[in-house]
Design a protein around this ligand. Structure first.
Ligand code: FES
Length: 306
């Protein structure tokens, strides 16, 4: 039996799924960077395993490639017999298809994630936040309940409350404790348990936003929905909430106090300006932020503003 032309040549490595697995692992890492730490770990494991298998196959193929032999010239029988010469080996086609498919999957998964991660830096946002008026409205060591419309275009549905206390100056910087009233169980509005001085309530117009400021003297904070309770620094003390109350970042611009984005808190040690705040990125109600539960909790939806 006559050998088929080309049978004496080494075959290229067989197409494999390793590149696809590697691409999926990289995609998981990228997705995990945005949504979940466990996804980063899973992606890294997948990428390392499939990458190692891919590299092993590639090295094996390189080792098995023999030195070029001196091949005797043979008559071009194929043309004489009317056979069509193989112009594009099937194994090369399959390998390129596999790599291309892996690249497409990676692009489909990664591009939106990279876009969402990068685009906000190029979009215009109001960096100042919610204007609560002059800092003189907040006497040192006293809580003031501030209610305001987070988005005036949405009306009362966007009304939010923050409990604000000026803690004095610390290392030349003003210190404020600003606690969100969104219960971290299911999101009901918590209330300050203590006297409210309605007579000294002020309504101010801060750059077109109506803000109501009411002096309060809370002993703690309570939630009317399921009995959740928090201490004066927002630490959970009773009921179903799973962490401390969220807080607002702040800035001072031209003598006015501005509320910036919220962040979540595992717990607060100490009080006022010297408190140690275990801070995390903003999370949804009911979500743990520390310990094993913080790692295991499922992915949260995007809209988590308080
Ligand atoms: S929503 Fe506050 S305790 Fe349930």
């Amino acid at each position: 039996m006559e050998p088929h032309p080309g049978d004496d040549k080494p075959h290229a490595p067989t197409p494999s799924i390793w590149p696809v697995g590697f691409a999926v692992g990289i995609a998981c890492i990228l997705a995990g960077l945005v949504i979940s730490r466990p996804a980063v770990i899973v992606g890294a494991v997948i990428a390392v395993v499939f990458g190692a298998l891919w590299a092993r196959d590639a090295m094996r193929g390189a080792r098995e490639e023999p030195a070029p032999d001196v091949v005797e010239a043979q008559p071009a029988v194929a043309a004489d017999e009317g056979d069509e010469p193989e112009r594009y080996p099937r194994n090369v086609f399959l390998e390129l298809t596999t790599l291309g498919l892996g690249g497409v999957i990676t692009a489909i998964v990664a591009l939106p994630i990279v876009g969402f991660a990068i685009l906000p830096a190029f979009t215009e946002e109001d960096p100042s936040g919610v204007d609560l008026g002059p800092i003189d409205n907040f006497p040192e060591g006293e809580f003031v309940e501030a209610t305001f419309l987070l988005d005036p275009s949405k009306g009362e549905v966007s009304r939010r409350t923050a409990f604000v206390r000026y803690n004095g100056m610390t290392e030349g910087q003003p210190s404020y404790t600003i606690i969100s009233n969104r219960c971290v169980h299911l999101g009901c509005p918590v209330q300050a348990a203590g006297p409210r001085n309605e007579e000294e309530q002020e309504q101010i117009d801060a750059n077109g936003v109506e803000v109501r400021l009411t002096p309060v003297l809370p002993a703690n904070y309570t939630c009317p929905c399921h009995g959740g309770a928090y201490d004066i620094e927002g630490n959970r003390t009773a009921g179903p909430p799973v962490r401390a109350l969220d807080r607002f970042k702040f800035s001072i611009i031209d003598g006015n106090l501005f509320l910036n984005e919220t962040y979540s808190v595992g717990k607060v040690e100490g009080e006022g300006a010297t408190a140690q705040i275990h801070a995390y990125g903003i999370q949804g109600p009911g979500e743990h932020v520390d310990g094993l539960s913080g790692w295991m909790y499922p992915i949260q939806p995007e809209d988590l503003e308080s």
